[in-house]
Design a protein around this ligand. Sequence first.
Ligand SMILES: [Zn+2]
Length: 76
Amino acid sequence: MNPFEIDDLRRYIFSFLRKEPQAKCCVCHKVLIWDKKIAEYVHWNYPHSAFFAIQNGYYCMLCIRQSLPSTGCLVV
Ligand SMILES: [Zn+2]
């Protein structure tokens, strides 16, 4: 018996196969969340300000550090 001949079962199996990550870094496109968290990330979602002029979105730790102005030691 071929399980792919059963529609419901096929849909159930394919529901585990995700094509797109749930979140990826908006700078380097590294996958951050794929069903579960894969890499440390920052979800930047703040009103625009002159001080932090970075676009809202997901950032991996490397890119958020490069996007933020250098303030010496930044403890996250
Ligand atoms: Zn990145």
